[in-house]
Write a protein that binds this ligand. Sequence first.
Ligand SMILES: C[S@@+](CC[C@H](N)C(=O)[O-])C[C@H]1O[C@@H](n2cnc3c(N)ncnc32)[C@H](O)[C@@H]1O
Length: 351
Amino acid sequence: MLGFATRLFSLANRLLRAMRVQLVSTSELAALRASSELPEPAEPADLPAEVTAELQPDNRRLSELRRRYAGHPAAAGSRWTSEFVGRQIDLSRFRADSPYVWSDRDAYVRRDGVKTRVATRAVNYVLSGYYAREHDDAGILQRITDDGLFGNRRVAVDQDLTVSRDLLDSVLELNFLERHLGVSQRATLTVLDIGAGYGRFAHRLAEAFPHVRAVCTDGVPESSFLCEYYLRFRGVEDRAQAVPLDELASRVAPGEVDLAVNIHSWSECPLGVIQWWLGFLADRRVRHLMVVPNDGEQLLSLEHGGDQLDFAPALEQCGYRPLLREPKFGDTSCQRLGVYPTYYHLFELHA
Ligand SMILES: C[S@@+](CC[C@H](N)C(=O)[O-])C[C@H]1O[C@@H](n2cnc3c(N)ncnc32)[C@H](O)[C@@H]1O
């Protein structure tokens, strides 16, 4: 009987070959699938009850920040309205796929003026992980760790590397700064992160470069609240502080900050707000400025009605001249297939 089944099986396969189709047994199929699947990373970790209890919309500190930010000229959001934040931000899962760091949904990036869709599947993460490891000249991956806390999505690249967008973006951004500004060679460096979100970049900066000081600020009270919490949670608050928007002017003296970074933040603000921030940076004589826009090649604001305006002229007016612009994934096919491809722009203040 078995011999008959085998003969039938191979006859069917011979006939099907012409159609480039083959039958395989269920056990062979299972083995094939297992060999081509990526190892599953750990599920996002559970949070202790006291953490979830603190990260609530009616938290007293958050209510205070909301009162203090109201009416501030740099808090006039276009995308980040209180309604948007209430709908989109889950305070205890702020590292999950969210407006802070999209990690699941596909990206839309502009190439030669045309909006192009870039997938964000596991394979795109694996490719980006290989790229990050092969281009990690600053050795950041050896100095930082990752976990699934607060909903962070991780993908296993191989036995030695698990990546998330939080980790990947930070490794590439820190390598860019090391390449062009020699962060590790400086005796001290103070970095101001404008639109710091939950403190992703500052946390990584503090982990990778213990001699660097980070000051994080934001125009959205929920972001400052989460950033204060997260930097404390990670135990880096001695080197990375969240400064509330209304305290910034009194806490940052002229000449104190060497470098400002703006990562995926001005792309979500109106031009008037960007001009306010640029005026602040010029007034505080911040020499270098790194901008990472959502749209990659171009520096576009987001206005209240949805229009996008070029903010490059505003940079020039405040004295910031372009030094260089680099693709996030270099000149490789990863810039087409990597996770959220964009461009890194570096500016320098001229008198
Ligand atoms: C896409 S998130 C990026 C967060 C962070 N820079 C990162 O890369 O992980 C955009 C950030 O812009 C901030 N933002 C929105 N309006 C702002 C404003 N008026 N001034 C400064 N930051 C603002 C948001 O609160 C949020 O933290």
